[in-house]
Design a binder for this molecule. Sequence first.
Ligand code: MBD
Ligand code: FE
Length: 288
Amino acid sequence: MTTTEHTDQVATAAASGASATERFHADKSPFEAVKNTPPERVATLINEVLEGVHATIRKHKVTYDEYNALKAWLINVGEDGEWPLFLDVWVEHVVEDVATEHREGNKGSIEGPYYVPNAPEQGSKGAVPMRENEKGDPLLWSGQVRSCDGTPLAGAKVELWHADDDGFYSQFAPGIPEWNLRATFTADDEGRFEITTIRPAPYMIPTDGSCGKMISAAGWHPWRPAHLHLKVSAPGHEQLTAQLYFPGDAHNDDDVASAVKPELILDPKEDGKGGFTVDYDFVLDPAK
Ligand code: MBD
Ligand code: FE
């Protein structure tokens, strides 16, 4: 049995959902960060969300059958471990917009549910860990990290993670080596880096879980365009979380996660050997 067949066979929504939920619990202390939020703000936010729900029920005369279906679906999202997926696909993009609207450097994009910290360090130039004969077109990406005033940021960290040529992420789909297509690069004295990887495939929201059922019940499609995920950081600067996309992808214009911005679409050139080269730089805002 090949790795691909194995992965296809057991990559269920519940398996990747459980991994994403466990990951989220492991690395963040979300309540600690908001422990000083005043009750007035908590009440305002909750009230306005509920008012939106109440208005929708009145406007569309939502029935008891529909209310009970919603209740069952919400319970199932938790049982499938798909809250990270649901929130990052349908809510995070607005939080990201608000969080970065002040930026003069790169604005970035959502993190999504599949980031894992502390990926293997590869220096300023190197290949991301990948399997022998990893499928997908080779991609050689050169870039530089600078501050808003143009100063190169020596030693900046560039963390990269992305799906494989089947659209699966290591540590979330089974049968893939732990750090496959995940790495940390450290920019050189001129803030430059050079990364060898493969072009990822588009990502499909699992159709067998609660999010997939909502998508099909609404008559939507489950696709995100092919993308590279990044976190770029340097001392004294705001961390940038971004995604980069490829021109011509059918879902750049209707990403299910609404996370594509025109300035994040790469301009890759064919290298004449079946692969691609691309230049893309980052500009980080000084921390306030
Ligand atoms: C992904 O790969 C992703 O980046 C997001 C935001 C949601 C689901 C899968
Ligand atoms: Fe992704």
